[in-house]
Structures are given as structure tokens and as C-alpha cells.
Design a protein around this ligand. Sequence first.
Ligand code: ADP
Length: 664
Amino acid sequence: MAKKQFKAESKRLLDLMIHSIYTHKEIFLRELISNASDAIDKLYYKSLSSDNTGLSREDFEIFIKTDKETRTLSISDNGIGMTKDELESNLGTIARSGSLAFKNEQMGAAKPEAAKEDGSADKEVEDKEAEIAGGTANSDIDIIGQFGVGFYSAFMVADKVTVISRAFGEEQAWQWESEGADGYTISEGVKDSHGTEIILTIKSNADEEKYDEFLEEYRIRGLIKRYSDYIRYPIHMMVEKSRAKEKPADAPEDAETEYETYQELETLNSMVPLWKKSKSELSTEDYNNFYKEKFYDFKDPLKVIHTSVEGVVSYTALLYVPAQAPYNYYSKDYEKGLQLYSSGVMIMDKCADLLPDCFSFVRGLVDSQDLSLNISREMLQHDRQLKAIASRIEKKIQSELLSMQKNDREKYEEFYKAFGLQLKYGVYEGYGMKKELLKDLLMFHSSSEKKLTTLSEYVARMRPDQKNIYYACGETIERIDKLPQIELLKDKGYEILYLTDNVDEFALKMMMNYEEKEFKSASDEDLEIQQTEEEKEAAKKQAEDNKELLELMKEALSGKVTEVRLSTRLKSHPVCIASGSDLSLEMEKVLASMPNADDSIKADKILELNASHPILAALQKAYQEDKDKVKAYAQLLYNQALLIEGMAIDDPVEFSNAVCNLMV
Ligand code: ADP
């Protein structure tokens, strides 16, 4: 029988398994039992929803057997089983390659796609293997101990793995066998009924590594209590017990008691799903372990929400806010959703309708007895009960996040770092449908506090005469801090929110105001800051005096700016660009950077000259002596202003020539 090779990725994962450090090896059992339980779920669900399988819940079990003589540990289930093709595709390739992609990201290495199946990238694979094998203990903990790697983890403790499986509804069973990295075989097998049996031939003891213990009943019992207690089907093991023999009636009083041994079927797990237990019974560790195992995260969650609601619709929800965004979170690949259970039976793995997009980062599950089991995906969308649950969950998440913001600011900031962007998209998306839900969760960097602040904190600090919430946009906080147009605002003691993400200004525009305070960009034409009568008069007069000069400059810049004017918002800088329309410069930049950008969308630009800068005197002088010079200066100043704003200038070569002309 020809030996088949594992796919390249699987090979690497196998290698990682085999070389993992000993203390993490025990999780193989949890992985195999979870697989067994999933396989039963599939068949049980089938028996409930459609075909008449003739099976009921009591029929299902997982069975564990140890045999010291043959050094084998076997885990069997009477679930759905696998066909020959399924054995091939499920166990010949790594199913959860997400974990490998994650590993690569951690190591800053190339994505596994780089490894071609035809072996052309073998060199790279080999290097990688060496790296993994010699990897630090820490990265091992991350990936194996916590992340979970499914079936392949069996090779951490076994020299040889045999899988005998018979798919439900088929007569023929198949046997898959492998001794590790050099490949596997598939042949006809023998099995009485549907399901899967996994037989591990446990490795011999090595110096530090006592594999023998995986053949001990007490050790297996402990592992199951620890990792698989909530599995909803009984995990049975035949155990040896001993009891005192009954003494014959005529035995003397002080005769020694004799013992006899017998075998008993023991149920190792309590089968109560974690979320059905009361909160007082559960420790943070219980919640966290459950999360990491079930949702394949290697970090503890930031927040656990465990809630039960009784009423028109009753349900229990166990929700987690992860500590960091999954590697694919801000990509199309990410699939949001909560697991949906109906009275303890999983009916959907990722029910998207339970979570609004703005909270798509939340992981967890909902269990409700009020949902019909036979419900299809399409019907589910319109299900009234489901909608009611979704809307309560949405509010619950919001209130829990708000309380985190209030009571544990540090943690909230960590959360915001990971998912703040999503909240801001959430405000913008759907025509602002969720803005009320989200507005208090937002935070922006404050010019005066020098850290993230909420809108309500900003409003509480507003000066009595202040009408607006001011903001300025730019790539980084440092850059915004240097923008000419915020000088005056800062000088007068107004707080400014610094917006550094592309979506920020769009989100604020969508909200329009917060507690009736309008959002106002520091580049806005009219900042509505208080001025004295004298200041107003002086400004008016200065504008009058320079009217012709400004007109000439505007003419020189026709098509580029809608106006050239003197400004009082500038202090040390000579020029800046203000926006005269609803579309700001920053938004123009964002729109221009999008694929298929429509470059006819432009913000109205106003060139503002600093009325108290020496440049004004120079311009006035040029106006008297040489009008062409004024035109050349106008171009220069305009381009300068664009550069400060972080925008592209139309013709860099021309700009450079103009600067040179000025020098020579
Ligand atoms: P995962 O469980 O994350 O999909 P695994 O490597 O553990 O990854 O398993 C790969 C696939 O093999 C599973 O998705 C499942 O289809 C199949 N499988 C594993 N164990 C069993 C089992 N006991 N019964 C039926 N199918 C199984």
C-alpha cells in the first residue's frame, strides 16, 4: 500500500507538535474529545432536524480505553464518522491553518501560502521547520498550550496514530494510519457501527517526559475533569474497582478482610455546559480556559459577560471581549457571529444576526430554549425571538463597555486600541444608524489632556463661551500638533481633538453633534471663537487695505482656491489652507486614496495669509513694485500650504524651479 505524503503545511505543524515542550502535551486529549463531541453533535443535529435516524440523545457517548500492555489509549465516539474521502481530506491536510498563519505572524515570517504543494518552495519550508523546532518556549506555549491545533496534537504523545472510522449510513469502515511526518496510509477497516475510534500508541518514557502517565486511569480522569468537563455527551471509561468481599458467617471477628476487583463504567464528565452553571461556581480561570479553547485565542479575554434573561424570550449568553484583534479582523475574511444553541445543542456556529457589525469583535454563544431547532438560516433572519435577543445583547455589550470605560480605564484603553477603529466605522456605516449606541464609547486624543478622551469628558471641560467641539485631522498626533491652523485655538485655550484615523472625520460628520455641540474642524472657515470688538474692527480694516493684493493672488491661483484672505487664526506660520465647504481637505485626501477614486471630488480651498507675519509686508512691497512677483509668490505660498497640510502638490518640479528662481 502506497504511503501518501502530508501537505507541506501539515508537515510543518506535525514537526511543531513533535518538538513541543512536554508540559503542553496533555492538551491532545482535550482536542480529540472535542472532535468526538463535534462529530456527535453533527449526527445528533441530523437526527433532530431531518432524517429519521432512529437515534436519541441517550444513545450517544464517548468512550476512553487504556491498555498498558499494548501501550494504547483509544478515544471512540458514535458520531457521524468519516468516509474514505473525508479521512483523506480532513486528516491529510491541516484543517485549521489559521493557527499556522497566526504562528507565522508571531514569528514575523512569510505566510504559509509561500510553500507550494509541488515542493518548489521546499527550501523555505525546511528553514521554517528548523526555526520552529528551535523556537522559544514562549511561542510554543502560545500556539500549542492555548491555541489548540486539533487532531495533529495526538503526535505529541503518540508514535503512531490509527483512526478507524465508519460514516453514518455506510457499510464500509476505513482505517487511517500514520507514524508521523513520513506520511499516512488508508486501507479498508473493520468497525461494527458508525463513528470514529482513534488509537494512540503512546511513546516510551524519555528522560524528562513520562509518557506512561497517559496510560493511567487517574491521569486521564484528571485531564477530562480539567479540560472537557462540560462536554455534553457522557465520556465513559471502564475502570477497575475493588470492594471488600463479604465475610463468611463463620469467620472469626478479627479475620482480615479480603478484596475483590470488578469493572465499572464510570462517567468522567459532569456534562453541564459551562454557561449553564451559576456564576458563583465559576472562577475567572474557568471562563478564560473555556474561551481560549473554544474560540482559539491564546490570550485571556479582556472581559467576560455571562448573563441570563428570563422573560418573553429567555436565553443565556456567554460573551467575551478579546484582548486583541484576530490577525484577519480588519479584512474581508473575518466572519462575525455568536454560536447559537437551542437547549444545549449547537444549531449554528456563527450566527451573524446576533451581533451588529460595530460589535463584530465579540465572541461567545447564546443558548435559548425558545428557538425552534428546525429553523433554517433564512428563517432565522426573520425570527422575532432572535431579533429580540440580538437587540438585548447589543445593549448589554454597550453597557458593559461603558462600565469598563468608567471603572477600569486602562483596560478600556487596551480594548480601544484593538477595536476603537471598528466602533468608529460603526458610527459611520449604515447612515449613522448606530451612532446613539456608540457615541459614548468613542475616544480621541485631546490636545490639552495629551491622552485619549471621551466626548462627554470634552464637553464637561468646555469653556462657557465655547459653542463647538473642535478637531483637527492629520496622519499622526505629532503632525497635527504642528498644523498652522490650530495655533490660535490652542493659544486661546480651546481643547482640540486630534483625529488620526481616516474614518474619524467621516464618523464625526455622521454624528453631526454631541449633546448639541457641533463638531468643528480647525480648518473650518469660521471657527466661531470669541473676538473683541477692536479685534473685529482691526481685522476688517486690514482686509479692506489689502483687498487688491488678495484679489490679484486669487486670480493667480484661479481654479485652485476659491478665495485668498487674511487670517487671525495663524500665529507663527505664514499660510494655511482652510476648507470652505462641507468636504474637508482631510476627507478629500481619504477619498482620493480609495480604489477607483473619483478625482473630481475636491474640497473648496481657501488660502489664508497670516496677517501679522512679515510675509504680508513682503507681498505688499511686491505689489507696489512688480505684480508678476506677487503671482509667483502666490503659487509658492499655496504649494507651501499644501505641503504643511500633508497634501500632494500639483507640480513638484515647477515648485522646485520657483524656489530656485527666488534664490538666484
Ligand atoms: P478542527 O477540529 O479544527 O476542524 P482537526 O484537525 O482537529 O481540526 O480535525 C480536522 C477534521 O477532521 C475535523 O474538522 C472533522 O471534520 C474531522 N474529524 C476529526 N475528528 C473526528 C471524529 N472523531 N469524527 C468525525 N470527524 C472527525
